[in-house]
Design a protein around this ligand. Structure first.
Ligand code: FAD
Length: 326
């Protein structure tokens, strides 16, 4: 097994996202001991630190695309940079994070180069080159394998792969080089970026997610959940029921039409467990459900179930976690 793998090293605010390092780790294993791993860094201004971090964590070559068009998210410019890297490297697979950016770029790059595309991959069999992705809210799994001759474009689900570690001292590090590419006419105009002021940890990358459903009853009902998430260093999510009721913004929605999360710990509070919600969280490592209805379907996917009123249970949990941490 000897493969050439290209990774799109996604950044946010000029910093590498954790999923970029996870994709790099997956790429290193998929390439095999004799294979090679290349990373594309779209970095207006160079981002020397991020390029060096990739080279120190196992990218044999870091290709830096540096152009002002990459400053705002203009998909045409990113696709042009990725196509230039694919042309130069001729990889067996291009790996991207299954993020909003990755989900936009991957199918467009695949279509542009006539490659196969597999999205939302949660496991890779490195020996046989088989990608696994969940279907039907995790009830079934699809396995797709490499066909020789054409590259695969693959998005990997955040929080599913071990991130690439820094190479031990003395091991040769990768090289960093400029990626020449031509910026095409940009058809997408980003007029402004509106950021949430909450400073909340990225839901897709959080190790702990505390989610509220219609059972929280109001936006103030989310406060105990925020406190619990704060103590655990996690993020707050929601069901669509809670979003539709106006208790929180749709940015928090988890599920089929929301975000897909795979944290180490998912705590569902006052969420019934509709199939569309399960589609976004059923692959979490450990699931705790708190619901006052013992027959709520969420208990069928939960590792631990607490039948009770969330307004009593959540503060008790918060207090207990705070006590064990102090
Ligand atoms: P409910 O089903 O009303 O459940 C509330 C739960 O809270 C109940 O189980 C109740 O027992 C419990 N409860 C009430 N009070 C308390 C209390 N004090 N303490 C403890 N428990 C309490 N849903 C999503 O979540 N994500 C999606 O992405 C999504 N996409 C959809 C796409 C489509 C096309 C469609 C048709 C639906 C989608 N839905 C989605 C909606 C989904 O079908 C459910 O309607 C929704 O998930 C229900 O939200 P809920 O569990 O918060 O509310």
């Amino acid at each position: 097994m000897r493969r050439t793998i290209l990774v799109f090293a996604e950044c946010r605010d000029g910093k590498l996202r954790r999923v970029a390092l996870e994709a790099l780790g997956a790429a290193r294993r998929l390439a095999g001991a004799d294979g090679s791993v290349h990373a594309v860094l779209a970095a207006p201004g160079g981002a020397a630190d991020e390029a060096a971090a990739l080279a120190a964590r196992g990218a044999d070559v870091v290709h830096v695309a540096d152009d002002p068009a990459l400053r705002a998210f203009a998909p045409e410019a990113y696709i042009a940079a990725l196509r230039a890297a694919i042309e130069a490297v001729r990889p067996d697979a291009l790996l991207l994070g299954h993020t909003a950016v990755g989900r936009e770029l991957a199918p467009r790059v695949a279509a542009a180069i006539g490659a196969g595309h597999v999205a939302d991959v949660t496991a890779i069999d490195e020996t046989d080159g088989v990608f696994t992705r969940p279907l039907y809210a995790g009830k079934a799994f699809e396995r797709r394998s490499f066909t020789p001759g054409r590259p695969w474009v693959v998005t990997v689900r955040p929080n599913n792969f071990e991130p690439a570690e820094t190479l031990p001292a003395g091991e040769p590090q990768g090289t960093v080089q400029a990626l020449p590419f031509t910026v095409p006419p940009i058809l997408t105009a980003v007029r402004s970026l509106v950021r949430r002021a909450s400073g909340q940890i990225d839901l897709a990358e959080a190790d702990v997610v505390v989610s509220g459903g219609r059972g929280v009853r109001s936006s103030a009902g989310f406060e105990p959940l925020q406190e619990l998430a704060g103590v655990l260093g996690g993020a707050v999510g929601a069901s669509r029921g809670a979003c539709d009721a106006g208790y929180c913004g749709y940015a928090l929605q988890i599920g089929q039409t929301g975000k897909v999360v795979t944290p180490q710990l998912y705590i569902a509070c006052g969420i019934s467990g509709a199939i569309q919600h399960l589609a976004g969280m059923s692959q979490s490592r450990v699931i705790i459900a708190i619901n006052k209805d013992p027959d709520a379907p969420i208990f069928s996917v939960a590792d631990y179930g607490i039948v009770g009123d969330l307004f009593e249970v959540v503060p008790l949990l918060t207090e207990e976690f705070r006590r064990t941490q102090s």
